[in-house]
Design a protein around this ligand. Structure first.
Ligand SMILES: [Fe+2]
Ligand SMILES: [Fe+2]
Length: 234
């Protein structure tokens, strides 16, 4: 039986809510295994599928990206992508890939806002906001404390700068949400452009300094991969 629905432009959706529980995980893994490297599907569920993430980490280690597009309370949507690479992850490769993923969604929001398609822009922005919020929380609650513990660099160090930039980023996110809410496409595009500048510089600093330093301080391949698993399971 096939449960995949074709969506326009976005990856296909697999609605786990209509799959009988005994065969649910089996069907999800079958869908994943049928993906070509680089392709994705979107899992739709009525609860946080965290146990499934742990099962993916154990049974398909290093072979997937798990990106939360919508996090409840009624509906959860997770983009599960088959990586073109496999094997143990580094903090740098994992979080860099998330930056690129979010950049691509922001470009969609900008294009849709410019076309006056505010409802669609709002839907895509919600996915962007969900992803960026989780990215920032994972950095602040898991990555930065690990970096500070391993390097002894706290006040006045790179994490302090990153935390203050996160405050600015969150402020710009609120402005975009407000502009979309009142139907102001040009206002949304203006704030998005500002966010793009701030986020662009922020991401470069993380990718060139903070993430590689964290990977180095973590010690070995196993420690880096464990840190990535914790970031993923936020
Ligand atoms: Fe950050
Ligand atoms: Fe980041």
């Amino acid at each position: 039986m096939h449960y995949l629905f074709v969506m326009t432009a976005q990856p296909k959706e697999l609605d786990a809510r209509i799959i009988p529980p005994p065969s649910r995980h089996q069907e999800i893994f079958r869908t994943f295994d049928a993906l070509a490297p680089g392709d994705a599907f979107i899992l739709v569920n009525d609860h946080d599928p965290k146990p499934l993430l742990y099962q993916f980490q154990a049974e398909r280690p290093g072979r997937f990206e798990w990106s939360v597009l919508e996090a409840g309370p009624e509906r959860f949507r997770i983009e599960i992508r088959r990586r073109t690479a496999e094997g143990p992850r580094t903090v740098t490769d994992y979080l860099e890939a998330d930056h690129r993923r979010l950049d691509a969604i922001a470009a969609d929001v900008d294009r849709l806002s410019g076309e006056g398609a505010l409802a669609e822009a709002g839907g895509r922005f919600a996915e962007f906001a969900c992803g960026l919020d989780r990215h920032i929380v994972a950095e602040e609650q898991i990555l930065f404390p690990a970096f500070e513990r391993m390097t002894g660099m706290t006040m006045g160090g790179p994490t302090a700068v990153m935390r203050s930039e996160h405050v600015e980023i969150r402020g710009l996110m609120a402005r975009i949400a407000g502009a979309i809410h009142v139907g102001d496409g040009a206002g949304a595009q203006g704030a998005l452009q500002q966010l793009g500048q701030v986020l662009g510089m922020h991401n470069v600093k993380e990718e060139q300094i903070l993430y590689p330093m964290t990977d180095q301080a973590a010690g070995g391949e196993r420690e880096r991969d464990d840190l990535v698993k914790r970031l993923q399971a936020l």
